[in-house]
Design a protein around this ligand. Structure first.
Ligand SMILES: Cc1ncc(C[n+]2csc(CCOP(=O)(O)OP(=O)(O)O)c2C)c(N)n1
Length: 369
């Protein structure tokens, strides 16, 4: 209760809560540590592993774009620019943690254990691409914007009720943060103190819609306040900041402190997807140059080189290994028997509905000829 402030002052105070959100940065664009206090504890080997994953994934992105152009992949949402946001957050997880990715988050799935050839098959719409190996704690990439956020609340609550020492982590974009599911999911997870982590990769655009059209709120991170959970905005081009925030969120969730919302400020260098989006129609060259100067791989390379942990030869080796793995995976995908209509029918429901029974009979007959 207060009897010293005016109504207007109280309202302004609420607005200031949002306006006071700061951005965590640990590693600047020059590869220098600018926030020692927040520096995460990572061994030299771990730092190198994170760099390896980011470089590897950049190669995967370049190859996926060419494979798509050659007609050898189906749906593809480019990832270059978002490596720190995607891979440094995933790096803070353990295998027992459950991830619920969006369609752009295939790299995290791969590093969580999805065989690459299955990721390629998923891109082609082949059912084998959605059959996950035993022990891979993940859902398929979600296409419905925001749907994975409510599911994350449920998975996190399930993990808690089963007494698992694990969290559920989901990814969405700035556009996803405007969906009703976003608020519902976070609110529910908060109310049940579920071990959930919500990552909003704010890459500035939802296809062509700028983030300024998503919300009047200055940040997406501040939306945590309304549901009473922890929230943080981080430089999403800084792998150390993204890792530190996710690692802390995981620790808090396992400690019974509930969910966290993490907003990563990032940028996708490519088009929204390979289905005809042309970013030059809604982004200026200046904006692109500004974000290219923030490249997460460039700044992490500078940091590691200064520490004597990374060389051009090592990077070349990673690039060659990535190309080889991609070649092998696409071969495996090509060798997978072509999908039949009955495969789709058999893999839709555990028990077929009556009309699927009818269709299965028709297609079984056709395919046997
Ligand atoms: C419920 C729903 N509405 C609309 C779409 C069409 N759609 C596909 S991607 C997209 C933009 C999403 O942007 P954002 O959440 O910022 O993620 P980004 O693609 O930038 O990673 C939209 C509106 C959809 N897939 N699902």
């Amino acid at each position: 209760m207060t009897n010293k402030q005016t109504v207007s002052e109280l309202m302004d105070h609420m607005l200031q809560v949002g306006n006071s959100v700061e951005t965590l940065q640990i590693l600047n664009e020059e590869g220098e540590i600018v926030n020692e206090a927040a520096m995460p504890e990572l061994t030299d080997e771990q730092l190198k592993e994170l760099m390896t994953r980011m470089v590897w994934t950049r190669v995967l992105d370049q190859r996926s774009i060419s494979l798509n152009r050659q007609g050898r992949l189906g749906f593809y949402a480019p990832t270059a620019g978002q490596e720190a946001s995607q891979l440094a957050s995933h790096f803070a997880l353990e295998n027992e943690d459950f991830i619920l990715p969006g369609y752009r988050d295939v790299p995290q799935l791969i590093w969580h254990g999805l065989p690459l050839y299955k990721a390629f098959l998923w891109s082609r719409g082949h059912f084998v691409g959605s059959q996950y190996p035993e022990g891979l704690n993940a859902m398929m990439p979600q296409i419905i914007i925001g749907a994975q956020i409510v599911q994350t609340a449920g998975v996190a609550l399930g993990l808690k009720l089963r007494g698992k020492n694990a969290v559920a982590l989901t990814y969405t974009g700035d556009g996803g943060a405007s969906q009703g599911d976003f608020y519902e999911g976070m609110n529910f997870a908060g109310a049940y103190n579920a071990p959930a982590i919500f990552i909003v990769q704010n890459n500035r655009y939802a296809i062509s819609t700028p983030v300024s059209k998503q919300s009047k709120a200055r940040t997406i991170a501040q939306k945590a306040v309304a549901v009473g959970i922890a929230g943080i905005q981080v430089d999403g081009m800084d792998p150390l900041a993204v890792y530190a925030a996710t690692s802390e969120a995981r620790k808090r969730a396992l400690n019974g402190d509930g969910p966290t919302l993490i907003e990563t400020l990032t940028f996708r260098y490519g088009p929204h997807t390979m289905a005809g989006d042309d970013p030059t129609r809604y982004r200026t060259k200046e904006t692109e140059n500004e974000w290219e100067a923030k490249d997460p791989i460039v700044r992490f390379r500078k940091f590691l080189e200064k520490k004597g942990l990374w060389t051009e030869e090592e990077e070349t080796k990673v690039i060659e290994e990535a190309k080889e793995a991609i070649k092998e995976a696409i071969k495996l995908a090509d060798q997978t028997p072509k999908q039949k209509v009955t495969d789709l029918i058999e893999n839709t429901f555990e028990t077929k509905t009556f009309n699927l029974e009818e269709q299965a009979a028709i297609y079984n007959e056709k395919e046997s000829k």
